[in-house]
Ligand binder design. Structure first.
Ligand code: IPE
Ligand code: IPE
Ligand code: MG
Length: 248
């Protein structure tokens, strides 16, 4: 496995992105290719989650946000939704101890009120148990939508500062994960090139990386490739390339 902490490209030696978001897509197609039910793919995807977390820890990523269930995914067949919920419960129960041991801080972002009381309780316990950890922040986006996130932030403003115009800063401060590093890189597996209502606010200046691999096939080497691609890019944030070069 390549160690990406000090990737040297033609132009620069770059440190790892601080915050990586992953749209873990392609579980259903992975299962279909094997003549299995879609849920078989979701279960297989758990192993890729483990390897992504491990890789993020080793490579110096500070925040890893995984898109596990979108606010639109409720529209899927009922049995798929309920198996996804069960899987979430099961994985939370089984993995939290290990995450805690590895100093990982777990956060769940999204409108968790729609989940069962049991699942909400489990999420709250997992977050509380790992709250003081100082290593990787693992954010799981569940019943998450980028539009929902912006709206809940605006509503917070309306309640707290009624009648006052809202600024970018106001929105920024109340969207999910505002306490953590800005999103640097979005990886999407599964071959589609879209955001699907992931971290819309945060995506403004994130680099995008699309992989044709289906999520259950996405392992450390694939993650390393994405980081390498990130490292080779010049992020200009509206400046000219020369300005960026000269400010180094
Ligand atoms: C992503 O895989 C996982 C979730 C959305 C929960 P999909 O289930 O969307 O897999 P494809 O895109 O149908 O292959
Ligand atoms: C995005 O995948 C959501 C997650 C990975 C959780 P989808 O499979 O739901 O996205 P679309 O529907 O193809 O845009
Ligand atoms: Mg999909």
């Amino acid at each position: 496995m390549t160690n990406p902490t000090n990737i040297t490209t033609n132009t620069q030696t770059t440190i790892c992105p601080k915050h990586v978001g992953i749209i873990m897509d392609g579980n259903g197609r992975w299962a279909k290719q094997r003549g299995k039910a879609r849920t078989f793919g979701h279960k297989a995807g758990v192993e890729s989650v483990r390897s992504a977390v491990k890789f993020a820890q080793q490579s110096g990523v500070q925040v890893l946000t995984l898109f596990a269930f979108s606010s639109e995914n409720w529209k899927r067949p009922e049995d798929e939704v309920s198996i996804l919920m069960e899987l979430f419960m099961y994985v939370l129960g089984r993995e939290v101890k290990r995450l805690h041991k590895n100093n990982v801080r777990l956060k769940v972002i999204g409108d968790t009120r729609r989940f069962s009381d049991k699942l909400q309780k489990k999420i709250a316990e997992a977050e509380a148990q790992t709250e003081q950890n100082t290593g990787l922040v693992l954010a799981v986006a569940a019943n998450y939508g980028g539009r929902w996130d912006i709206v809940q932030s605006v509503n917070h403003h309306i309640k707290n500062k009624p009648g006052q115009l809202i600024s970018e800063d106001d929105i920024h401060q109340q969207v999910s994960l505002s306490d953590f590093a800005d999103l640097d890189l979005i990886i999407r597996t599964g071959g589609e090139q879209r955001i699907s209502n992931f971290l819309l606010w945060h995506a403004a200046y994130a680099e995008l990386y699309f992989s044709d691999e289906l999520w259950p096939d996405f392992r450390e080497e694939s993650f390393a490739k994405a980081i390498k691609s990130f490292a080779s890019r010049q992020r200009r944030f509206g400046l000219t390339g020369d300005q960026v070069e000269n400010s180094k």
